[in-house]
Design a binder for this molecule. Structure first.
Ligand code: SF4
Length: 284
């Protein structure tokens, strides 16, 4: 197995520090003697988080996805009824799925978006990151998690040995959102939009078969787990979707507004890393 390159560059440090984020998500050995940092709240253990593996009472609102991959029907031929539409999506391969999302107008966001944001990263990744919905910059670029929140997510991932540019399944990530289209004005997703978009995410999970899903933010957690519990109650426990472990944490955009919660997110990341048995990346 090839060791991934550490991509924690001085530029990255400057960016994250400019955002006030550097000290938490940067390994101290990377910074060296010249730039001492306050010690992050590290080394969370299962004893601290007391993970209770896979609560059986956790609801699964997204129906079990089929793992079959057959040639996708053209997007224009996707049946209009919800059940038939979900069934058609559940048979799609990656190419058909991406084309289907780009052509989708199943909810009102389809008419207000600039472009749909399907997802990015390695389709062999062991880690799947699920956020809420595209923002203005994601809508412009067609990529999830760009801008300030994306920089923060990159720093968070790098701190636990993950890299969204990596092709090494153990260190790569696949990133997507619950909603593929931007809600106008970055308002919260509405229930009918989440429901209409759910089959796309279901199929992404079924095709990727990640070893672990990191649900970032309330909407991602609620959509995957079928829970309305506050995110603070969902953290620190191993949930499951289709037998795949799900760890819940705060969304990077929330973290930008509430930097005091960086320590909690760091614990969540370490918890997830320990669960996935990902080896830390050694700095160059
Ligand atoms: S948000 Fe989802 S369901 Fe709505 S139009 Fe976009 S892809 Fe389709």
């Amino acid at each position: 197995m090839t060791k991934p390159r550490a991509r924690l560059t001085p530029q990255t440090l400057l960016w994250t520090q400019a955002l006030g984020l550097g000290p938490l998500f940067v390994r101290r050995e990377v910074l060296g003697e010249q730039r001492p940092q306050p010690a992050p709240e590290v080394n969370p253990t299962h004893a601290v988080f007391k993970p209770e593996v896979v609560k059986p009472e956790v609801a699964k609102p997204l129906s079990p996805p089929s793992r079959r991959a057959s040639p996708a029907p053209p997007a224009a031929s996707i049946p209009a009824t919800d059940a038939a539409r979900a069934e058609a999506i559940a048979r799609m391969d990656w190419a058909g799925l991406e084309a289907g999302v780009q052509a989708c107008r199943a909810c009102k966001l389809g008419s207000s978006r600039h472009q749909a944001v399907f997802g990015s990263g390695s389709r062999q990744a062991h880690w799947m990151i699920v956020g809420e919905a595209p923002g203005a910059e994601e809508d412009r670029q067609g990529q999830p998690f760009v801008g300030a929140a994306g920089l923060l997510l990159d720093a968070m991932l790098q701190a636990i040995g993950l890299d969204r540019q990596s092709d090494d399944p153990e260190h790569a990530v696949y990133i997507t959102n619950v909603l593929k289209c931007r809600p106008p004005g970055n308002r919260n997703p509405e229930p009918d939009e989440v429901a209409q978009c759910a089959p796309w995410l279901q199929r992404q999970v079924a095709l990727l078969q990640p070893h672990l899903i990191l649900a970032l933010g309330r909407f991602a957690a609620h959509s995957l787990l079928g829970s309305n519990a506050p995110i603070g109650q969902l953290r620190g426990t191993v949930h499951a979707f289709e037998g795949i472990p799900v760890i819940v944490s705060y969304h990077p955009a929330y973290l930008l507004r509430n930097p005091a919660d960086k320590a909690r997110v760091w614990r969540d990341l370490c918890f997830a890393r320990d669960l996935a048995h990902t080896k830390p990346v050694q700095p160059e």
